[in-house]
Design a protein around this ligand. Structure first.
Ligand code: ADP
Ligand code: MG
Ligand code: MG
Ligand code: MG
Length: 392
């Protein structure tokens, strides 16, 4: 019997689904394991025991389990995720898993198994550098954001597309956890007692609060393009040759600079966890991401623009300038929230020596603050190195 009303899948249920969809030849000996991290979603890997070829079944749960509590969370995010993967695939199929099937009522996405790759955060923590990572991420963001914007697609159709990605509950998570709670004495925050003085200084910093409020307003109001919305290094599978972006359940029409900023921040959080002589490849990734993004975006702007004002002297430069400043500011918010907010990163939490870990987190708070306050004074990503050096 095939459920059509929502219920959480079991491992056996995931196997049945794969068979019913004809994803394996009849009679294939299949095994299945749930491999998700268990916060928001179930992720099953169904694998042919002989060839070891697999598929992935991701299912949204109707709640989010966080620190022992749970809050209800819309299943519609599964539709957002599968539709975002399909939309991205129409521009950059090389950078997303193929979607084989999706079912709205079961909140399921069946997709390509990427187990031959590694989650970039894990590899970066092991000291890997992934030489093509920034080339690929820069191209992914440039193409998906240009082509889904009012410059790259029919502006009436864009409004329809934006409507299909209205994602209030997932956006609220970002509004709260990235832009609000870490800057107030809020119960969702999570940090070591030893950091309390540094954190309280942040909470009492009126200059900082105003700039974060401006950045939050941008996130709330600016619908430039279809963005991924959760583009940290845990949403990226990588190898030396390949890059694949997963987990776009937070996708919505948001500001151009947001994904770039989140990606920058997670590279910087990794840099903070490394010895100084191993940090340069991360700064180089930041430079390259921006350079590739700006180059491809500018090229598409000149060759594929649908907006009559496109050729107006100075408009492209204005868009890039503000995207850059916003990205740096968003990066600062992300660095801070990953240090003292609800959801941490293994890059920092995994530093074994307690004093080193606390020191890295203090640096992270200072770096985040500098990125936010000095974002309008940076003229290129290269200057992030000196900002970083002043902080640590
Ligand atoms: P969540 O939204 O719960 O964070 P993710 O989509 O990030 O879920 O997936 C959680 C984990 O499941 C990933 O870190 C990865 O280990 C595994 N996973 C997800 N998608 C795939 C895939 N297409 N191929 C292989 N493993 C995957
Ligand atoms: Mg996860
Ligand atoms: Mg997710
Ligand atoms: Mg994830």
């Amino acid at each position: 019997s095939h459920p059509t009303v929502y219920e959480p899948l079991t491992e056996q249920g995931a196997i049945s689904l794969a068979v019913r969809l004809g994803l394996f030849p009849e009679g294939t000996p299949l095994a299945c394991r749930e491999i998700g991290d268990g916060n928001l979603n179930l992720v099953f890997r169904v694998v042919d025991q002989q060839t070891k070829k697999g598929i992935i079944v991701k299912q949204a749960l109707p709640y989010a389990k966080v620190v022992g509590e749970s809050w209800p969370l819309t299943l519609k995010r599964a539709v957002i995720e599968s539709n975002a993967l399909r939309t991205f695939a129409s521009y950059v199929p090389q950078y997303v898993p193929k979607v084989y099937y999706s079912d709205e009522s079961l909140a399921i996405t069946v997709m390509e198994d990427l187990s031959h790759l590694q989650i970039a955060r894990k590899g970066l923590i092991e000291g890997k550098t992934y030489p093509l990572l920034s080339q690929h991420i820069g191209e992914f963001i440039a193409k998906t954001s240009f082509y889904t914007s009012d410059f790259g697609m029919n502006q009436q159709e864009k409004k329809q597309l934006a409507q299909s990605f209205v994602n209030p509950e997932l956006c609220k998570i970002t509004e709260d956890l990235v832009f609000t709670d870490p800057f107030f004495n809020h119960e969702t925050n999570n940090f070591e007692d030893e950091l309390r003085d540094d954190v309280e200084a942040l909470w009492n910093d009126d200059k900082l609060r105003l700039e974060v409020a401006k950045l939050k307003r941008k996130f709330l109001t600016e619908g430039d393009a279809l963005i991924h919305g959760d583009l940290h290094t845990g949403s990226i599978f990588a190898s030396d040759e390949e890059t694949k972006i997963i987990d776009p359940e937070f996708a919505f029409y948001g500001p151009f600079g947001f994904d770039i900023g989140q990606f920058f921040a997670n590279l910087l959080l990794n840099a903070l966890s490394r010895p100084e002589q191993q940090q340069e490849p991360l700064f180089a990734h930041i430079d390259k991401t921006w350079d590739v993004f700006a180059t491809i975006f500018s090229d598409l702007w000149r060759t594929h623009n649908v907006e009559p004002y496109a050729k107006t002297e100075g408009l492209l430069e204005d868009v890039l300038h503000h995207t850059f400043i916003d990205a740096i500011g968003f990066a600062g918010c992300e660095v801070i929230r990953r240090t003292i907010g609800l959801a941490h990163v293994a890059d920092l939490d995994g530093i074994e020596d307690k004093e080193e870990r606390l020191q890295a987190k203090r640096y992270a708070l200072r770096l985040g603050r500098s990125l936010i306050l000095q974002r309008e004074t940076l003229s290129s990503t290269k200057e992030i190195r000196s900002l970083f050096a002043q902080t640590v």
